[in-house]
Design a protein around this ligand. Structure first.
Ligand code: SAH
Ligand code: AVI
Length: 331
């Protein structure tokens, strides 16, 4: 009976893109058939990729996740007291693990709200949603399955009530600067005067710390990176020799970003039957699989300001390792 009651508080809906989103085949065509070769990072997150990301968060080297979790644990109450949200929308929610600090704060304050996770990785989100409705008896979860690069205009959100839009993990940094700015503008256009954005971003720091965070000693990030080739093999019938690709993470100080790459260790031909084509990889040739941009207080402020947002609270980790910002529309 209890399980049925819990299940009634978890719903899910597919969100159609508001602006056209390219297919995997189109992205592979555009990214892999020209040089420098690249792939969009969203394809990491099949079920295995989502699990690998969770495992990355548990590695010693990957500090962003635990640093952000500590900020949320320390300031969750202040965030909820400030935002007093009726609805919490989370972009790229994944396992919603860190969101629990906000829900715990709601619990402690006796403040109920509904939760709207939005993610391309349906299974991870639904499993997380089931655990959340079990653990928070006042919570309703409305899982939104879709691709946020297709825009936010089609989200079936309640039209009244205060919103807290949550975008954690430094995931905004996975967009290139132009699209990141557009994403913030889209978020701002969802917001009304009383709404808040809670944004977590990683900060620029020394290359050694950054590169280690993206190349852990256990090789979990390497496996996460190579997993994207497994996705292409499965979804497109490709024949990438996955294990022969070498993982690399390089900090590019000019662009303030980590670049994750996969390098072919030997020359080989990859066939892509569903695209009716093949790719000739040279020995040593690399595919860029992810950018992870890092911010300074100045670059973060400029981006929010340009999106019409004003910082209300800025919580920084010790030494400025990470930033969690609560922002509203400029008055
Ligand atoms: N916010 C969580 C998860 C970060 S991992 C945390 O901080 O730990 C990035 C998340 O974004 C994954 O759950 C992934 O499935 C999701 N994601 C990546 N690209 C996406 C896209 N284009 N649309 C929707 N979700 C996306
Ligand atoms: C989800 N995103 C913010 C992670 C990051 O740090 O850029 C993805 C990741 N890639 C490798 N490790 C973690």
């Amino acid at each position: 009976m209890r399980n049925l009651e819990n299940a009634a508080r978890l719903t899910s809906a597919a969100v159609a893109p508001a602006t056209p989103v390219s297919t995997l085949a189109e992205d592979v065509h555009a990214g892999l058939l020209s040089r420098p070769r690249s792939l969009p990072p969203k394809y990491f997150y099949d079920d295995r990729g989502s699990e690998l990301f969770e495992a990355i968060c548990r590695t010693r080297e990957y500090y962003p996740s635990r640093t952000e979790a500590a900020l949320l644990a320390a300031h969750g109450r202040e965030i909820i007291e400030y935002a007093r949200c009726d609805h919490m929308l989370e972009l790229g929610s994944g396992s919603s693990r860190k969101t629990r600090h906000l829900l715990d704060a709601c619990d402690a304050l006796g403040h109920a709200c509904s939760y709207w996770p939005f993610d391309v990785s349906a299974q991870m989100m639904l499993d997380a949603g089931a655990a959340l409705v079990h653990d928070y008896e006042w919570l309703s979860v409305h899982a939104l399955i879709g691709d946020y690069t297709g825009g936010l205009d089609n989200l079936p959100l309640p039209s009244s009530g205060r919103r807290l839009i949550v975008f954690l993990g430094g995931t905004l940094g996975n967009f290139e600067p132009g699209p990141a700015q557009q994403m913030l503008e889209q978020i701002a256009s969802l917001m009304r005067d009383d709404d808040q954005l809670l944004l977590g971003v990683d900060r620029v720091k020394d290359s050694a710390t950054l590169e280690a965070a993206y190349d852990d000693a256990e090789g979990i990030t390497a496996e996460f990176n190579r997993n994207v080739l497994r996705v292409l093999n499965r979804e497109l019938g490709a024949d990438f020799p996955v294990d022969s690709y070498r993982h690399r993470a390089v900090f590019d100080r000019e662009h303030n970003r980590i670049e994750m790459r996969l390098g072919a260790q030997k020359a080989h031909r990859v066939t892509l039957p569903t695209l009716d084509t093949a790719i000739d990889m040279d020995a040593g040739e690399e595919i860029v699989t992810e950018f992870s941009h890092k911010f300074t207080p100045g670059s973060l402020a400029a981006m929010l300001q340009a999106a019409g947002l004003e910082v209300n609270r800025h919580f920084e980790a010790d030494g400025g390792a990470y930033s969690l910002v609560l922002a509203g529309r400029q008055s």
